[in-house]
Design a protein around this ligand. Sequence first.
Ligand code: KG4
Ligand code: ZN
Length: 341
Amino acid sequence: MSVFILGIESSCDDTSAAVIADGIIRSNVIAGQDVHRKYGGVVPELASRAHQQNIVPVVELALREAGITRDEVSAVGFTKGPGLMGSLLVGASFAKGFALARNIPLIEVNHLHAHILVHFIEEQGNKPTFPSFPFICLLVSGGHTQLVMVRDHLDIEVLGQTIDDAAGEAFDKCAKIMGIPYPGGPGIDRNSKQGNPHAFRFPRPSLQGLDYSFSGLKTSFLYFLRDRQKNDPRFIEGNINDLCASLQFTIVEILIANLIMASRQTGVKRIALAGGVAANSALREAVVEYGNKNGWEVFLPKPSYTTDNAAMIAITAYFKYLNGDFSSHDSVPVARVSFKT
Ligand code: KG4
Ligand code: ZN
């Protein structure tokens, strides 16, 4: 008999539900929330309210698209954290209600863990090459930037992480300064295609080891633009493509430098990307290019699995299900959490 996992993701501003059958994706429904756009960032109060509106129709659609009924679901996985508390509570409460009503296991999932395990989602009729263990994953999203060693589906060690802003935050905050709508990463990526990545040079952090820092870049970008605008009030408009390309080049260089260092230090040459910023075309190209020259086996996630989605929650819950790793009903979401929940 098949194992059907219903996954629920509600950590930030996307309400998502997915069904995975024996590790194969059946549906992955995502309802975004345009309500935040005019505020230039996610408004937590509005996000939780939108999740509350969306959760039932999104789950119904995910089940319908998967071609199964509620009775057939074997277990329900939900995002325990990290994320916005009000948003997490909606998904967690729904998952508990569903599991209780059907008398099936409840499985809590760490959102960061889930971003990484998208590399193990199988599509019907198309068995991908899964990374073998161990592999290094650069997890880059709006809230997190981490380098991790993945030894097994459920055995992951953090090698380095940001000490301040995440890479996606650097994209989004710098985009906001330039007047590019939230989330700014995709807009910067698009503009960069027409820009010169060497037009402007921004400082790199001088950290030892495998940790990251992006707050200095954001501040120097802001001051650089203020200075230039004193003489030329239309400096941003006149140089938008070059600014985007140069900023993106800097962020990618910072990200890759530690990835290379981690590979050299550990001798591991299987390299994966995950998280929203893994959709960035320059980052993907840079990893592939360096990898080709240096014997890396590179694993890039499908763009639709980079940003937040419930398929990643369902696949992680699937591996926890196989391991008998179930949660009790007094499990509570946590807004800030290190790698393991
Ligand atoms: O993983 P995600 O959906 O949410 C978090 O868990 O944070 O990541 C969202 C982040 C945002 O910062 C967004 O700007 C960034 O991913 N992002 C990109 C691109 N697409 C999404 N950043 C750079 N280039 C892109 N193409
Ligand atoms: Zn995420």
